[in-house]
Design a protein around this ligand. Sequence first.
Ligand SMILES: NC(=O)c1ccc[n+]([C@@H]2O[C@H](COP(=O)([O-])OP(=O)(O)OC[C@H]3O[C@@H](n4cnc5c(N)ncnc54)[C@H](OP(=O)(O)O)[C@@H]3O)[C@@H](O)[C@H]2O)c1
Length: 319
Amino acid sequence: MRALTIERFGDTPRLRKLPVPEPGPGQVQVTVEAAALNPLDTAIASGALERLGEYRFPLTLGMDGAGTVTAVGDDVSRFRVGDRVVGQFWSRPLQFGTFAEVCVVQEEPALGALTTVPAGMPSEVAAALPTAGMTALGAIEHARVPEGGTLLVLGATGGVGTFAVQAAAARGIRTLATASAQHAEQVRELGAAEILVRGARPLDEAVRRLAPDGLDAVLDLVGDRSLTSGLAGAVKDGGTLLSTAFGLDDQLMADARVRAARYTLDRKPERLGDLVGLAAAGGIRPVIGTTLTLDDAPRALAGEPRTARLRGKTVLHIG
Ligand SMILES: NC(=O)c1ccc[n+]([C@@H]2O[C@H](COP(=O)([O-])OP(=O)(O)OC[C@H]3O[C@@H](n4cnc5c(N)ncnc54)[C@H](OP(=O)(O)O)[C@@H]3O)[C@@H](O)[C@H]2O)c1
């Protein structure tokens, strides 16, 4: 089978032929139909997440995917051959990711989550959901913005952002979102009340005009500390600055006037179930900006090809 692998941290990922991995006890083998990229894939490849646990090489990259169970190991009770599954395929040790024709994963992934794909949901749609969708739902919950309150999403056009805008709007939150001018209308269609066009005018000035009583929360998905620090004054007393991207400096973290916190994806199995159910019911949808094949995956991981479309998720069609 073909897989996008690295031999060591820092390697340039490349496609290789590998033996089909067989499931051990408690594991399922999945023939992958679609996989989705996340910034965390390049972080894994670089070794920046080495502390996550034991890695084995060659390491197949990719944590989000959807496909069909083609074999099960001993003691597997949740899934059977023929089930369609979706999730974050993060097992311990880390070795078999989703950028491959076949992968194996623990039925209860040690670092991720796995569930069945609802009938009728295409694999590309399912694969686009897990990491970004779960992170968005979790972050919106942690931001604690009341119904009718005002939230600013920095990085609204990306994987997490396109879900976060939808999740916030569904909760009745007035959402301000940053986007480039060419994508403003699409982000508005996702539920943003106001678009702050990147580079158009100083962001803090624009925010103060649109939210004169202050923001209840900022959700940072960009990781630019000067940007978040510059916006802190526009947050109400007791309001929240939440970052998934290490976008809060020490001074902001220590500021007693606001609640500044990092958000790391938590309660994965429960969030995956909620997310997939919500998507099946039409309550949230992934924005798939780019669809590629496994052959394109090395270039896609390197950040190409970018299209003029809204970024959203990049999905690999594999099966
Ligand atoms: N802690 C966790 O558990 C967790 C989980 C998931 C993700 N994350 C992190 O959360 C962040 C967002 O993830 P993602 O999947 O949404 O990434 P993504 O799809 O790459 O989206 C990044 C977003 O940031 C925007 N952006 C990039 N550079 C910018 C700049 N200089 N100024 C303003 N906006 C800029 C992009 O806008 P354009 O589209 O216009 O370029 C896009 O909206 C990443 O850092 C990721 O590693 C953390």
